[in-house]
Ligand binder design. Structure first.
Ligand SMILES: [Zn+2]
Ligand SMILES: [Zn+2]
Length: 225
C-alpha cells in the first residue's frame, strides 16, 4: 500500500488501529479498493469507495484499476439500492491537491448516496456560471484534469453518467445540493456535522448484508452453491 507522506484522512482510515472508529469500518474490500461509511453522511446508506493507494482522483487510476473500480461500484450500487433505494455515485475530482473542490481530502473517493429525486438537476443549481453536466465518463474527467480543470462526476441510478468541469468549483457542491433538497441546508458541512447516527445506522444494516454477499460468493466459488 502506498501511503502519502503528509496527513491523509483516507490513508489513515486504513490503518488497523483507526478501524475502531465507526466511519473507518470496512464494509466491502477488493484487491485495490475499500468501501466504508461516510463521515458526514446526510442520509443512512451513504458510503465511500476508496482506492487503497493514495491517488488524487478516480480520473488518474490506470485502466486496470478503473475496471476494478467499476466492478466495486456496481456491487455497492446494488447493495445500497436493495437496502435504501435508488443510488447515485458522485465524485468531486480535483485537478491538483489542495483545491477547493477537494475539500481537504486529496485522496480519491466515490460517494454512493441513496437519493430519491433528480440529484443532477439539484446539483446543477449549485454549479458556477459556465459549467454544466454533460454526458460523459471518467474518461472525460481525465481530459478535464489533463487541461488543469477540476471535475464533478455523477452516475445516476439508471447508470447514465455526467461530468461537469470548471477551474474553481465551490467546496462540497453535491453536499449542498443534497442537504438543501432534504431541508437541512445548514448541515451540509461534514466538518461541522459528522452525522455519526447515520454512520451507525448504515453499519447496522450494511455490515451484515456485505458479509452475506461475501459468503454467498465464496460458496459459489467453492462450488457449494
Ligand atoms: Zn491518502
Ligand atoms: Zn468527498
Amino acid at each position: 500500500m502506498v501511503h502519502f507522506s503528509g496527513y491523509c484522512r483516507l490513508c489513515e482510515a486504513q490503518v488497523p488501529s483507526r478501524k475502531r472508529l465507526s466511519w473507518n469500518e470496512t464494509i466491502l474490500e477488493t484487491k485495490h479498493f475499500v468501501v466504508m461509511p461516510s463521515l458526514g453522511a446526510l442520509v443512512p446508506g451513504w458510503l465511500l469507495i476508496v482506492p487503497k493507494n493514495h491517488v488524487l482522483s478516480a480520473a488518474l487510476l490506470s485502466p486496470r484499476m478503473t475496471n476494478e473500480l467499476v466492478q466495486v461500484t456496481d456491487s455497492v450500487v446494488q447493495m445500497v439500492t436493495e437496502t435504501y433505494g435508488p443510488t447515485y455515485i458522485l465524485e468531486h475530482g480535483p485537478a491538483l491537491p489542495a483545491r477547493r473542490v477537494g475539500c481537504g481530502v486529496d485522496h480519491a473517493h466515490l460517494h454512493a448516496v441513496p437519493f430519491a429525486g433528480d440529484l443532477r438537476k439539484r446539483a446543477e443549481a449549485f454549479l458556477p456560471t459556465g459549467s454544466a453536466f454533460v454526458s460523459g465518463s471518467l474518461l472525460e474527467a481525465k481530459r478535464a484534469v489533463d487541461r488543469g480543470e477540476d471535475y464533478l462526476f455523477i452516475r445516476e441510478p439508471s447508470g447514465n453518467a455526467f461530468v461537469a468541469t470548471h477551474h474553481n468549483f465551490e467546496s462540497q457542491t453535491f453536499r449542498m445540493a443534497i442537504a438543501t433538497s432534504l431541508g437541512m441546508s445548514e448541515q451540509y458541512n461534514w466538518r461541522e456535522y459528522p452525522q455519526a447516527q447515520n454512520v451507525d445506522a448504515t453499519l447496522g444494516r450494511l455490515r451484515d448484508f456485505a458479509k452475506r454477499q461475501r459468503s454467498n460468493r465464496d460458496l459459489v466459488r467453492t462450488g457449494v452453491a
